[in-house]
Ligand binder design. Structure first.
Ligand code: NDP
Length: 465
């Protein structure tokens, strides 16, 4: 059987692009199909614009912090349109870089919506191909096909849901809403609450748990809750869910399950994401999905069709950009170079870009104590930067050590630069280092990070009761 390509990748997001480029580098004949965003969610409507907007949101407070250090700078007014234009320009630049990287790697690029005709044949609708599509080719075939179509924000099914926006629209708002009601306390809800508050909006953050970030370490959730409470401009409505959204002129009302009604200029649902499988024709290739519509794969990312693979947010694994990239790379290495590329998925570091940010690697205390007795080290302090400032941002550090082996199995930090610091310490957790390895490490002084290698006193021991 001969095919047009060795590999077709559907979706040019982080995972798909990495897979296509590495496969092409191994000598495979590769095509990639993308219908909208070159670089996917991360580059266009996710990590990258979010981080730029997060940076923007921090300057106002830093100006005020500077007064304690002798500066007489004034905070002034933030110009939303200027930020959005600068962000869009940067994203256009990145889009072009992604396309040119693929072309330089020798990958054939198709623009259009892909769907399976069968397990080896992809139909491309409305494809506008560069030179390769000169003959209006609509069906292409490949020996191997990778689905890397990512995910999209989910909207809660409540009355008036059409009035709500998601993160997809939040990046393109014409004006910054003066009042924003955000539903959900996962990554997106927390990060956007920080962004809008930092830029001057009044934020109502509504979530159904007593603490934000379900799934993270309980103490860290409490520390984040307290940090949100200490941050001006955000009101937390805990233990609440929305039941209805209504609109009156330009004003919206978010109705909660306790009868409370929040008046606002923007209702923003940050209530999870769902895999992008609609229109892919998965049934034509007998590709099976879970009840949550995630594509089912084995440890090698093989779907129920043996020549079709899936990676990234479309499968039931950790939904983070670096994980999708690692999966795409490993798959390309395995298929076209016969190499096994390992990643320490158990030690995947996570960061929530609030101010202060929270970052974690390894197990929470609740997860660790399921496995045996653990020693918990906790350190809380106000970092030196805030000695002269009016606001006092607290740093909270937590280390979880397996008592029997003395392996450090979890590290968590809420505080300035936590993601940068925890990225380095993730190596130690992935390598399975012990508390004494940490103790032998010399600190950098003065820094907040040195605290991680100078934790002396066990705060408590804990074990599943
Ligand atoms: P999350 O799954 O992180 O959070 C969803 C939030 O919505 C939770 O607070 C959840 O509550 C709430 N929710 C869900 N369903 C309902 C409901 N029916 N009624 C009321 N509340 C509800 O999703 P996000 O949208 O924040 O982010 C999606 C994913 O994107 C993340 O999981 C992450 O993988 C990725 N991401 C990563 C980032 C990073 O690395 N910094 C940044 C942004 C996104 P409950 O907890 O009770 O279920």
């Amino acid at each position: 059987m001969t095919y047009d390509f060795d590999l077709i990748v559907i979706g040019a997001g982080s995972g798909g692009v990495r897979c296509a480029r590495i496969a092409a580098g191994h000598g495979a004949k590769v095509a990639i199909i993308e219908k909208q965003h070159w670089g996917g969610t991360c580059v266009n409507i996710g990590c990258v614009p979010k981080k730029l907007m997060m940076f923007a949101s921090t300057f106002g407070d830093l100006v005020e912090d500077s007064h304690g250090y002798g500066w007489d700078t004034q905070k002034g007014h933030h110009h939303w349109q200027q930020l959005i234009q600068a962000k869009d320009k940067e994203i256009n630049r990145l889009n072009e870089i992604y396309v040119s990287m693929l072309q330089k790697a020798g990958v054939t690029i198709f623009r259009g919506a892909a769907s399976f005709k069968d397990a080896h044949t992809i139909n491309i609708a409305q494809s506008v191909l560069s030179e390769d599509n000169a003959q209006g080719l609509l069906n292409i075939t490949a020996k191997h096909i990778v689905i890397a179509t990512g995910s999209s924000p989910s909207i809660l099914d409540v009355e008036g849901k059409e009035h709500a926006i998601t993160s997809d629209q939040a990046f393109y708002l014409k004006e910054r809403p003066q009042r924003v009601s955000i539903v959900g306390s996962g990554y997106i809800g927390i990060e956007f609450a920080g962004i809008f508050a930092g830029l001057g909006s009044q934020v109502d953050l509504v979530y159904r748990q007593p603490l934000p970030l379900r799934g993270f370490d309980q103490d860290m959730r409490q520390a984040l809750h307290d940090a949100i409470a200490a941050r001006s401009g955000i009101t937390q409505h805990t233990g609440r869910s929305p039941v209805k959204v209504s609109k009156d002129g330009n004003v919206y009302q978010l109705h909660l399950d306790n009868g409370e009604v929040i008046e606002t200029d923007c209702v923003f649902f940050a209530t999870g994401r769902h895999p992008n499988i609609e229109g892919l024709g998965l049934e034509n290739a007998q590709i099976e999905i879970t009840k949550k519509k995630q594509i089912i794969v084995n440890d090698d990312f093989v779907t129920s069709a043996s020549n079709v693979y899936a990676i990234g947010d479309v499968i039931d694994k950790i939904n983070l950009t670096p994980v999708a990239i690692a999966q795409g790379h490993a798959l390309a290495d395995r298929l076209f170079a016969g190499k096994v590329r390992k990643s320490a998925y158990d030690a995947t570091p996570k960061a929530v870009f609030f101010y202060p940010p929270l970052a974690s690697v390894g197990l929470s205390e609740e997860e660790a104590e399921q496995k045996g007795e653990v020693e918990i080290y906790i350190s809380q302090f106000t970092s030196m930067k805030y000695v002269f400032t009016e606001r006092k941002i607290k740093t909270y550090i937590k280390m979880i050590v397996d008592k029997a082996s003395q392996n450090v199995v979890g590290l968590h930090m809420l505080g300035d630069d936590a993601p940068e610091i925890m990225q380095g310490f993730a190596v130690a957790i992935a390598a399975g280092l012990t508390k004494s390895d940490f103790d032998q490490t010399i600190g950098i002084h003065p820094s907040s990070a040195e605290e991680l290698v100078t934790l002396r006193q066990v705060t408590r021991t804990s074990q599943k009761s």
